[in-house]
Design a protein around this ligand. Structure first.
Ligand code: CU
Length: 494
C-alpha cells in the first residue's frame, strides 16, 4: 500500500525518466500508474466471472525430526486449463499455477526440498522470510536441472502472509511469469484468540496478470537479447488471473471473510475496491498484523506487496454480486473477481480493535542514514559480468547509478543496529530488501513491511532494524523486468 503522506514527498523538479526513455522509444508508463506496457493476447479471452475460483493446491508437509516440518516442491512443466477448453503449459512448483500454498507456524523451522525437473536452473526465495544467506535464494545460487537442494527456513519472525518465488539471475521475470510463484502463510497460534474469520472463511488470493498467444500459451516477449525493448519498463498482461483462473467468481456466505491478497504480477500495480462499494477492513500488511484495523474504501498493492483484509459480506443482501475491481486497470483489467453472496451464514468471527503490538522504533536509535536512488541508468558497459545484457543500446535500471554486479556490496550494515533508508525514484518502483523488514507509519500507527511502493519522482523513508543473520543479501526493485535489467544490489550484514 502507498506510504502515508508524512513519508512521501514529491520531489519538485525531479528528473522524470519518461524523458530519457522517450528518447530511446521505450514505453514506460501505462495508463493507471503501472510502469510498463501491455502485451495484448492473441486469443479471445473469457468473459469475466464465467470461471469458478479454484481452491489453491496446498503443499503437504511432514514432521521434521527435532521439531518443525519438512516438505518437497518439484518444479516441472505441465499442461493446465487456464482459458476454458484450452491447454496452457506452465512451468511451476508441482506443476501447478500458482504454486501450492505452503503453511507453517511461527518458530517452527520448515525444511523445503526443491527438486528441479525443468531444463534450466532455478533459485527459490522466501519473500519476507528472515533466512540465513545460504538458504535465502541468492540470484546465482542455482539449483541445476535434475538436481535438488534443501532450503532451511527458521521462521523465527512475526506471523505474516509471505510468498515464495524464483529468483534466478536475469530471468526472474520470465520464470515467475511461467508459474514459479506461490503463497506462504506463516501462522501464530497466539493469533487464534483474536477471533478473525478462519477455516473456510479465510481465503488466499494470488493475483497475476498474464497474456496468451493464439495457441493459448503464455506470452513472454523474450528475444535472444533479453526482453523486447517495448517491455523494458515492465510487462503487463491483459488477462487477470486469481489463483490461476481468469476473472473468477465464487459463492460466499453473508458473513465476514479474511482475505489474504498477494500481488504476484511482474509489474502491474493494483488499486482494489469493491463494487457496489463497501468497506475493506485492513488487518495486516506484508509483515503481519497491524496494531488496529484500518477501514478503507480501496487498497493499493504494488508487485510483491500483500494485504490481509476482512470483508463483511453481511453488509450486502443475499443474491447480490460484489465485484473486486482494480481502479488502475482499463477495460476488463479494471475487474479482478466476483463474490456472489449466496446464503446467510452464522458468523461468530470478529475484528478486534487491538490486533497486535508494534513498538515504534525510537528514531534516536538510528546509527546510519542511507540514500538509495532507483532510476534508469546508462547502457551496460561492455565487459560487465552479466550474461543477460539484453539489448546493450538500452539503458539499464540502476540503484545509485550502478547496474547490478553480483559479488560486489553496495554497502554493509551492522547486525543489531537500526538504519534509516531514504529512497528516491524516477518512475514507480516497488523496493524490496531481503532479510530485513521496514517499519513505516501507516494511518498514524507503526506497521511492518518488506516492500514499499515508491511513486514516480518521490521519496520514501523507512526505519530498518538490521536483525537476523550475517552475510550477503540483495535488495532490488520488485518490478521484475526492472530487477532482471539490473535494478538490484548486494549488501552484507556484518
Ligand atoms: Cu523498478
Amino acid at each position: 500500500m502507498s506510504l502515508s503522506r508524512r513519508q512521501l514527498f514529491g520531489l519538485s523538479g525531479g528528473v522524470v525518466a519518461g524523458v530519457a526513455l522517450g528518447a530511446c522509444g521505450v514505453a514506460l508508463t501505462a495508463p493507471g500508474g503501472s510502469t510498463g506496457a501491455v502485451l495484448p493476447s492473441e486469443v479471445p479471452l473469457p468473459k469475466p466471472f464465467t470461471t469458478d475460483l479454484p481452491p489453491l493446491a496446498t503443499a503437504r508437509t511432514r514432521p521434521l525430526r527435532g521439531g518443525g516440518r519438512k516438505g518437497t516442491l518439484t518444479t516441472r512443466r505441465r499442461g493446465t486449463e487456464i482459458l476454458p477448453g484450452r491447454t496452457t503449459e506452465i512451468a511451476g512448483y508441482d506443476g501447478t499455477f500458482p504454486g501450492p500454498l505452503l503453511e507453517a507456524t511461527k518458530g517452527e523451522p520448515l525444511h523445503l526440498t526443491l527438486r528441479n525437473e525443468l531444463d534450466h536452473p532455478v533459485v527459490n526465495h522466501l519473500h519476507g522470510g528472515v533466512t540465513p544467506p545460504r538458504d535465502d535464494g541468492y540470484p546465482t545460487d542455482l539449483v541445476g536441472p535434475g538436481t535438488s537442494r534443501v532450503y532451511r527456513y527458521p521462521l523465527r519472525q512475526r506471523a505474516a502472509t509471505l510468498w515464495y518465488h524464483d529468483h534466478t539471475m536475469d530471468l526472474t521475470g520470465p520464470n515467475v511469469y511461467a508459474g514459479l510463484a506461490g503463497g506462504f502463510v506463516l501462522r501464530d497460534p497466539a493469533e487464534e484468540d483474536l477471533g478473525l474469520p478462519r477455516q473456510e472463511r479465510e481465503l488466499t488470493l494470488v493475483l497475476t496478470d498474464r497474456s496468451f498467444g493464439e495457441d493459448a500459451q503464455l506470452l513472454y516477449p523474450m528475444t535472444e537479447h533479453g526482453i523486447e525493448r517495448r517491455y523494458h519498463g515492465g510487462l503487463l498482461g491483459d488477462c487477470m488471473l486469481v489463483n490461476g483462473a481468469p476473472w473468477p467468481r465464487t459463492d460466499v456466505d453473508a458473513a465476514r471473510y479474511r482475505v489474504r491478497v498477494l500481488n504476484a504480477c511482474n509489474a502491474r500495480r493494483l488499486e482494489l475496491a469493491l463494487d457496489p462499494g463497501g468497506e475493506i477492513v485492513q488487518v495486516g500488511t506484508d509483515q503481519g498484523l497491524l496494531t488496529r484495523p484500518h477501514r478503507r474504501r480501496s487498497l493499493t498493492l504494488a508487485p510483491a506487496e500483500r494485504a490481509d483484509v476482512v470483508i463483511d459480506f453481511s453488509a450486502y443482501r443475499v443474491g447480490q454480486q460484489v465485484t473486486l475491481v482494480n481502479r488502475l486497470g482499463d477495460g476488463d483489467m479494471g475487474l479482478v473477481m466476483r463474490f456472489d453472496v449466496a446464503r446467510r451464514g452464522k458468523d461468530d468471527s470478529r475484528v478486534p480493535e487491538r490486533l497486535s503490538v508494534i513498538d515504534p522504533i525510537d528514531p534516536s536509535r538510528v546509527v546510519r542514514t542511507r540514500d538509495f536512488h532507483l532510476a534508469l541508468g546508462k547502457p551496460m558497459p561492455s565487459g560487465h559480468g552479466s550474461h543477460s545484457g539484453g539489448d546493450r543500446s538500452l539503458p539499464m535500471w540502476s540503484i545509485n547509478g550502478q547496474p547490478y554486479r553480483p559479488g560486489h556490496d553496495l554497502f554493509t550494515a551492522e547486525l543489531g543496529t537500526v538504519e534509516r533508508w531514504r529512497i528516491t525514484t524516477d518512475v514507480h518502483h516497488p523496493v524490496h530488501a531481503h532479510l530485513v523488514h521496514f517499519q513505516v507509519e501507516q494511518d498514524g500507527a507503526p506497521a511492518w513491511k518488506d516492500t514499499v511502493d515508491v511513486g514516480p519522482a518521490s521519496r520514501a523513508e523507512v526505519l530498518v532494524p538490521i536483525e537476523g543473520y550475517r552475510g550477503r543479501y540483495v535488495m532490488h526493485c520488485h518490478n521484475l523486468e526492472h530487477e532482471d535489467r539490473m535494478m538490484m544490489a548486494d549488501w552484507s550484514v556484518v
